[in-house]
Design a protein around this ligand. Sequence first.
Ligand code: FAD
Length: 405
Amino acid sequence: MDFDHSEKVKKLIAQLNRFMDAHVYPAEQARYDWIADHKNLWKYWPGVDDLKAKARAEGLWNLFLPHEYGDYSPGLTNLEYAPLAEIMGRVPWSSEIFNCAAPDTGNIEVLAKFGSEAQKKQWLAPLLAGDIRSAYLMTEPQVASSDATNLETSIKADGDDYVINGRKWWISGIMDPRCKLLLLMGKSNPENSRHTQHSTIIIPRETPGIHIVRNQTVFGSMNSPGGEAELRLENVRVPKSNMILGAGRGFEIAQGRLGPGRIHHCMRSIGQAQRALEIMAKRVESRVAFGKKLSDQSSIRQDVARSWCEIEQARLLTLKAADAMDKYGNKVARDLIAAIKVIAPQMAQTVTDRAIQSHGGMGVSADTPIAGFFTLNRMLRIADGPDEVHMSQLGKLKIKEFNAG
Ligand SMILES: Cc1cc2nc3c(=O)[nH]c(=O)nc-3n(C[C@H](O)[C@H](O)[C@H](O)COP(=O)(O)OP(=O)(O)OC[C@H]3O[C@@H](n4cnc5c(N)ncnc54)[C@H](O)[C@@H]3O)c2cc1C
């Protein structure tokens, strides 16, 4: 493995850092104040449009998307994109500025990889242009959805249409007024074998029959403007041409959707941990307790040192996973992908916890971004597959591998 970034990536890293310094860090407080004002609930911060236009004009756009899907981006590999995702992760909302935000990125990959020409024209084009946003509807309240074969929402053929009925919850982004596209995973072929019963289908957000039951808070936050919400789908009717790839092929699509997304999430977590550590280092150097700087306390130095080691470990492992995905594909790299999905958010949760502690009361406030990083990473240990599910798959793989002779 080559530990040096290419010249092309070094240039992009410098360019992205300059953009963050000039436009994103200075906007953090204004955006926070705007979002925190309850009269702005479910509206998006207006400053975002200007920043998106600037980023796009500079070519800092769709950075996550490889060239195999067309000429919409600088065409980076997973390994090349990883350090850029880390930089964006330092300000979690900033990914949107560069059209690199979940769940749009995963939905873009699905449409680019599996969509028909008509589906690409109608939905992929505006997503790539950053004109609309989207949501991914998988999880259901009544079944353990970490096992996606449990999903019950029904997709039934009726003449030229499919009719969809069921419940979904924890749907990120659905409250954003710009959300126009939903990709839903549901059961279309109950007679088939367990992994060919489900399909992924396109539902325009404005389709009649989509009811918001309630908004769901995450550690007390509404996560406006995208939010998380519980939905009831009641006789939601879409044309058959909205089926992606074909009925019963939902698991194929879900597998394709999740690999690169895990690198993105993990590198962003690493960016949050790194920034928390940098903020912590400044705080402990300037704060005096019991006659000494906090940075002179051995326990504080241990916390800084341990955090630095853990961040480096997680970063190297995630880069290794990205490299393996590029060289050998998602399937061969699935052990490393499972490992980083567990390691990176846990590490970021631990590092941000130490950074919170070193700030005293200020640590749990919104005066620094650290408390937000902590809750985000705690949540990421559940979303996109809980830790135990990845561990279980990884353990099974390794037992098989070591018994294969
Ligand atoms: C903030 C947030 C945003 C989300 N956004 C979306 C979204 O946009 N779209 C979407 O579809 N979903 C979304 N989710 C849902 C998320 O993907 C699910 O919560 C997750 O997959 C777990 O499913 P579940 O909640 O049904 O938990 P369950 O399947 O009920 O599992 C509960 C717990 O059981 C344990 N467990 C499960 N399997 C095993 C095992 N094999 N071994 C040991 N223990 C096990 C784990 O501890 C797990 O956390 C989001 C969740 C959150 C919190």
